[in-house]
Structures are given as structure tokens and as C-alpha cells.
Design a protein around this ligand. Structure first.
Ligand SMILES: [Zn+2]
Length: 103
């Protein structure tokens, strides 16, 4: 899939993740909101056989809203590593842009 934008800079600034995009936009994501939006199956649930998604209770332990680090994955997503060790969420660029946070 061809992306029309990608991050040119990803920085943690205070309690926000700041992303500068190749098309000139900048986004600022509060870390707590970003963690709560974690798109992994453990956080957001998976459809059952009838297609119903039951959102599980997120396991938000100590340090869960602290960003310990991140890596970019496959040129299409950012994978944050949170202070509680959780790192299974892949935040695709399109997903991040859909969350807003535009300055
Ligand atoms: Zn998750």
C-alpha cells in the first residue's frame, strides 16, 4: 500500500508524542490518550464468531502511560513500548492521522 505521508520526525516532548509528517503537518498525541487507543487485540478486542467486538478492560498498570521507547515497523507503523512493558500495539500512520492531534 502506498503511503502518501510518513513521519519525518518522531519525538517525545513532555507527556506527548510529537510527529512531524512528510506533508508538513504536525501531530501531538497525549501519551495517555494514545495508550488508551492502543489498537492491539488485547486492548481493543477481537471480533467473535458473530463479528461482535467486546472491548476488553485494558490492563493499565504502573507506568502504562509512560513511553519507554518506540520503533518504526515496516515503513507503515510506529510500535511504542510503554513503561509497563506493553508493546503489542502497531499504530499505523493512517491510524495516527485518523486520531487527529493536528497542530
Ligand atoms: Zn495494546
Amino acid at each position: 500500500m502506498q503511503q502518501t505521508f510518513h513521519p519525518t520526525s518522531v519525538q517525545k516532548i513532555g507527556d506527548e508524542l510529537a510527529i512531524a509528517w512528510s506533508d508538513g503537518q504536525e501531530s501531538y498525541f497525549p501519551l495517555e490518550a494514545l495508550r488508551r487507543k492502543c489498537p492491539c487485540a488485547a486492548c481493543q478486542g477481537e471480533p467473535d464468531v458473530t463479528g461482535t467486538v467486546v472491548k476488553p478492560k485494558q490492563n493499565l498498570g504502573k507506568g502504562c502511560f509512560e513511553l519507554a521507547g518506540w520503533q518504526t515497523v515496516g515503513g507503515y507503523a510506529i510500535q511504542p513500548r510503554w513503561g509497563d512493558g506493553h508493546n503489542s500495539g502497531l499504530y499505523s500512520y493512517a491510524f495516527l492521522r485518523s486520531l487527529g492531534g493536528a497542530a
